[in-house]
Write a protein that binds this ligand. Structure first.
Ligand SMILES: Cc1cc2nc3c(=O)[nH]c(=O)nc-3n(C[C@H](O)[C@H](O)[C@H](O)COP(=O)(O)OP(=O)(O)OC[C@H]3O[C@@H](n4cnc5c(N)ncnc54)[C@H](O)[C@@H]3O)c2cc1C
Length: 385
C-alpha cells in the first residue's frame, strides 16, 4: 500500500502552504490529494486576493503579522512570484460609531505591533481620492502594508517549492473515506486506492464539513456565495489606489489590471453550494459603486467576465485550526471566513508546527480549536468583508 507521513486533502492555497511549511521543516513524505484536474478550482482561484492586518481580534492580527511580511519576501525566499502589491486598505467610516470602531481596532493593531496603520481625518481621505463622494465620510483608517497578492501564483509557488522538496501531488483524485482505529487515523481511501498514514490534514475549503464527516467529526463550516464584478479598462480612478471600503454598506473595490474589481457582500445571500453568478447582482453592485464613486456611473462592465465563489464561514468568523478532538492524527485547517488567502502563510506555519511538534509559538492555538464551539469560547471577528 502507498504510504505517507502526512496526507493533505485539498490542493488550494491552504493545502499548498501547509505542504510548503512542512517540507521546509524537513518533512519529506507528504502527499497532497486534489480531486480536480488542476489546482485552484475551489475558492482560491475565485478570490479577490486582498491581504490585510486591519482586523478586530488579536489572533487575526497575529496571523496577518506573520503572513504579510511573508508575502513581502515570498519571491526572494521561495523563488516564485506572489505579486504582492502593498497598495493598502482604506476603510471609510460614515458614522461616528464606525469611526469609534476603527479607533478601537487601530489601538489594538498598534498594541499588537502593526506599524503601518494610521487613522485619517475626512479631509485627508478627500485629498487622497477626490473622486470619492465624501460628504458623509467622517474619517477612516489606512494601512500601507495591506494590499493584494495573486492567489493562483501564490498557491503554485507554495506547491512547486514543496514538490522540489519531495512532496507528491495527486490531481484528479478524491478522498472518499478516512479509516481509524482506537489510536487515531490509519489510512485514507481515494479514487486511486488506499494510502496508509497516521496524519491527515483537512484542507477541503468550502467542502471541509463533508470531509470531516468521514472521520465522524461535525465541523461548523458553511459555504456562502460571494460574487465579484471586474470592470473593463477604466482610467477615471487611480490604479495605485488601495482596497477602498465604504463602511456604509460594505461595498469595496480595488484596481485590477487596467480596470477595477468590485465586491459587495449581499446581506440577502444564504448558505449553500451556489456557484452560479446571478446576473441581477450587476445592477445591485453598480448602484453602490456609482453612489460612492460618481465616476463609476460610466464604468464599463461585461457581466460575462463576472464570477461567483464560496467563502467557508464559521459561526465566529475565525478559522478552525489544529487536531480534531477525539481523532488523533486528523488535523483541521478550515473555515477562513473570507481570509484564507491572506492567512495562508500563518496557517501553513501553525499547522506544520502542530503536526511536527504538537505546539506553536505564533498564536495560542487553543483559541482556534474546534472545541471552542462546544465549550462556548467563540471569539468574534467583526472586520469581515
Ligand atoms: C469571491 C471571493 C473573494 C475572496 N476574497 C478574498 C480576499 O480578498 N482575501 C482572502 O484572504 N480571501 C479571500 N477569499 C477567501 C479565500 O479565497 C479562501 O478562504 C481560500 O481560497 C481558501 O483556500 P483553501 O485552500 O482552504 O480552499 P480551496 O481553494 O477551496 O481548496 C480546497 C480544495 O479541496 C479540494 N477538495 C475538496 N474535497 C476534496 C476531497 N474529498 N478530495 C480531494 N480534494 C478535495 C477542492 O477541489 C479544492 O481544490 C475570497 C473568496 C471568494 C469566493
Amino acid at each position: 500500500m502507498q504510504t505517507a507521513d502526512v496526507v493533505i486533502v485539498g490542493g488550494g492555497i491552504v493545502g499548498s502552504s501547509i505542504a510548503y511549511h512542512l517540507a521546509a521543516s524537513g518533512c519529506r513524505n507528504i502527499l497532497v490529494i486534489e480531486r480536480e484536474s488542476t489546482q485552484g478550482k475551489g475558492s482560491t482561484g475565485k478570490s479577490m486576493g486582498g491581504v490585510r492586518a486591519q482586523f478586530s481580534t488579536p489572533v487575526s492580527i497575529q496571523m496577518s503579522l506573520y503572513s504579510i511580511p511573508f508575502y513581502a519576501k515570498f519571491e526572494e525566499n521561495l523563488g516564485y512570484p506572489c505579486d504582492y502589491r502593498p497598495q493598502g486598505y482604506l476603510f471609510c467610516a460614515t458614522s461616528d460609531l464606525q469611526m469609534a470602531y476603527l479607533r478601537t481596532n487601530y489601538t489594538l493593531q498598534v498594541k499588537m505591533g502593526l506599524k503601518d496603520v494610521r487613522l485619517l481625518a475626512a479631509h485627508e481621505i478627500r485629498n487622497m481620492f477626490p473622486q470619492l463622494r465624501a460628504d458623509d465620510i467622517v474619517g477612516g483608517s489606512f494601512c500601507s502594508t495591506d494590499g493584494f497578492v495573486d492567489p493562483y501564483s501564490t498557491m503554485i509557488g507554495f506547491m512547486t517549492c514543496a514538490a522540489n522538496r519531495g512532496t507528491t501531488l495527486w490531481k484528479n483524485t478524491a478522498v472518499t473515506a478516512l479509516r481509524r482505529d482506537e489510536d487515531g487515523i490509519t489510512s485514507v481511501e481515494t479514487t486511486r486506492g488506499p494510502v496508509a498514514t497516521r496524519k491527515v490534514v483537512n484542507c477541503a475549503g468550502a467542502w471541509a464539513a463533508s470531509l470531516a464527516q468521514l472521520a465522524g467529526v461535525a465541523l461548523p463550516v458553511q459555504p456562502l456565495r460571494r460574487m465579484l464584478v471586474p470592470s473593463e479598462p477604466f482610467d477615471g480612478f487611480s490604479h495605485a489606489a488601495p482596497m477602498i471600503i465604504d463602511m456604509s454598506n460594505g461595498f469595496h473595490f480595488r484596481p485590477e489590471a487596467r480596470g477595477f474589481l468590485l465586491a459587495w457582500n449581499d446581506p440577502e445571500e444564504t448558505p449553500g453550494f451556489k456557484l452560479d453568478f446571478d446576473a441581477a447582482f450587476v445592477e445591485k453592485i453598480l448602484t453602490r459603486a456609482a453612489d460612492r464613486v460618481p465616476g463609476f456611473a460610466n464604468l464599463p462592465v461585461n457581466p460575462k467576465r463576472a464570477w461567483a465563489g464560496l467563502y467557508e464561514m464559521t459561526p465566529d468568523h475565525h478559522p478552525i485550526l489544529g487536531e480534531a478532538p477525539g481523532v488523533p492524527g486528523f488535523f483541521l485547517a478550515n473555515g477562513f471566513s473570507g481570509h484564507g488567502v491572506m492567512h495562508a502563510p500563518a496557517t501553513g506555519k501553525i499547522l506544520s508546527d502542530l503536526i511536527l511538534t504538537g505546539k506553536t509559538e505564533m498564536i495560542d492555538a487553543s483559541l482556534l480549536s474546534l472545541s471552542r464551539f462546544a465549550e462556548g469560547r467563540l471569539i468574534h471577528e467583526t472586520a469581515v468583508l
